[in-house]
Design a protein around this ligand. Structure first.
Ligand SMILES: [Zn+2]
Length: 497
């Protein structure tokens, strides 16, 4: 491994201003180019020895590193000679700060130690650009920083790293890709595999590494595996796609309890810039669908995209809650149609529906008389996702609307609505003139309160669940519910719940 070529240094252009910048470069190189460990034992790297202005550093001893370690650079030595020469002839202080830091940046780049990434983004009048450090001609995957308006930011802690490991990478590119695929157990790719050789800073050494990026389709993801280049052992694994969280404006939890909408996090968005992610993809056949490359889904409350945002949030938060309490990971998003009208008449749908087997959701707007705010009320989305969760865990056999298992399912769906919404009342904003659609704070008992409508009978079970939530807490109850439901027979009756 050879040292990357350095551009020629032209001493004739070394003015007083540039010299000050040079001193800055040396200061910067000390914490950034070298690792923390090396700094605790100074004078082990010739460049520190000659460059650092600290008088305690006197002698240079070459680092006895392996083939990937860079050789001392003659160019840098020449710079150092110039620096000491000019130290002997001190000049008046020069203007500091901004120009100096900008020149530091130029020098770092000049020396091939800093690599700009992506493209520049201008936010609130400041230009931002990401960069990563390079060492011996290869990038250090986990040492990055930012450039703001042409000057370095965050150039301390994040830019230091332990000494380079002495062993060279032995794993080939193909082997690295093969191992990364095995790690993610991925089934299909939606784009090509990317692989790159570089370094990875661990706690005590900066080791040769491969970084492999796999765009996986089932389940959807953008997996980035970092492997030790010497052994092929995994160093880090992360799904980049899952980490896209956006912001949405919603009534939290509904337009009655929170008439003024507020900003909430929209979790687990994919990289489509639409309301689509790990748990659900929201579709609207009657109006424009939300599309936000900045992932800020902020719309007026009467905009159909406000409903789309609310539904995405409700279904996603319920899915996340279930996963957090033991529900198996969602493997693909469920389709959710908002703004649904009755196809023959074109009238607004006064309902929200989960369709088992096909596993999609429909959210009407309500006609404003019988129902309203269906898509805007967190309880409704949580209830519908509760149906999906129950169907996965129980797979109920239903032949009649009075089958008890259907009522148990409604009770569980209402319980999830209560847990997500934070109170026993279900869908407070949905029935004009009413305080709520249903409430789990009830004293319904079996068999006195059996009804033809499974939602009504479900209140017996929902009420029972809510009593348990008071005893066990929301998290404790949710753990038991999700662990216990798979034991429920598909045609369960009361004693079995
Ligand atoms: Zn229901």
């Amino acid at each position: 491994m050879r040292t990357p070529p350095l551009p020629p240094w032209k001493p004739v252009y070394l003015t007083a201003g540039r010299l000050a910048a040079l001193a800055g470069l040396m200061l910067l190189l000390a914490p950034s180019d070298l690792g923390i460990e090396e700094l605790r034992h100074p004078a082990r790297d010739p460049r520190v020895a000659v460059a650092a202005p600290a008088p305690s550093v006197k002698r240079a001893i070459p680092v006895g590193a392996g083939p990937l370690a860079p050789k001392p650079s003659s160019k840098l030595s020449r710079v150092a000679r110039l620096a000491s020469k000019l130290r002997a002839h001190p000049r008046p202080a020069v203007r500091r700060k901004q120009p100096q830091r900008a020149t530091r940046l130029a020098l770092l780049e000049h020396a091939g130690l800093l690599e700009r990434l992506g493209s520049e983004a201008e936010i609130a009048g400041v230009r931002h650009r990401a960069f990563r450090l390079r060492k011996a001609g290869l990038p250090i995957f986990n040492r990055r920083g930012r450039i703001h308006d042409g000057t370095l930011a965050g150039s301390s802690g994040h830019l230091s790293f332990p000494p380079l490991a002495s062993q060279e990478a032995r794993i080939t590119r193909d082997e690295a890709v093969r191992r990364a695929i095995a790690l993610t157990s991925m089934r299909r790719l939606w784009a090509g595999v990317k692989s790159e050789r570089g370094w990875f800073a661990t706690e005590d050494a900066t080791v040769p590494a491969w970084q492999v990026t796999l765009p996986t389709e089932h389940p959807f993801g953008l997996w980035q595996a970092t492997l030790d280049g010497r052994t092929g052992e995994p160093l880090a694994l992360v799904d980049l796609a899952r980490h896209l969280d956006g912001t949405g404006l919603v009534h939290d939890p509904n337009p009655v309890l929170a008439p003024t909408p507020s900003l909430v996090t929209l979790f687990d968005l994919d990289d489509s810039f639409r309301l689509s992610g790990k748990f659900t993809t929201v579709l609207d056949d009657r109006s424009v669908e939300a599309f936000q490359p900045d992932l800020e889904f902020v719309y007026p409350t009467d905009d159909p995209r406000f409903v789309q945002t609310s539904v995405y949030r409700g279904l996603t938060d319920t899915g996340r809650f279930a996963e957090a309490h033991g529900f198996p990971a969602f493997s693909e998003p469920l389709l959710a149609f908002t703004n649904v009208a009755i196809s023959e008449s074109g009238d607004e749908l006064n309902d929200a529906v989960f369709v088992p087997g096909f596993n999609f959701f429909l959210f009407g707007n309500g006609d404003g008389v019988l129902t309203t705010n269906i898509g805007k009320d967190l309880d409704v989305a949580a209830h519908e996702m509760g149906h999906y969760i129950f169907n996965v865990l129980v797979d109920p056999v239903v032949v009649s609307s009075t089958d008890l298992v259907l009522a148990i399912e409604e009770g569980v769906a209402d319980t999830l609505a209560a847990l997500l919404g934070g109170d026993a009342n279900i869908a407070e904003s949905v029935i004009p003139g009413e305080d709520f659609l249903r409430t789990l704070a009830n004293d319904r008992v079996f068999p006195r309160d059996l009804a033809d409508d499974p939602h009504e009978t479900g209140l017996i079970f929902g009420g029972f669940n809510w009593d348990l939530v008071q005893l066990l807490g929301a998290d404790g109850f949710a753990d038991i519910l999700i662990a216990g439901l798979p034991f429920l027979p598909p045609d369960a009756f009361l004693g079995e719940y």
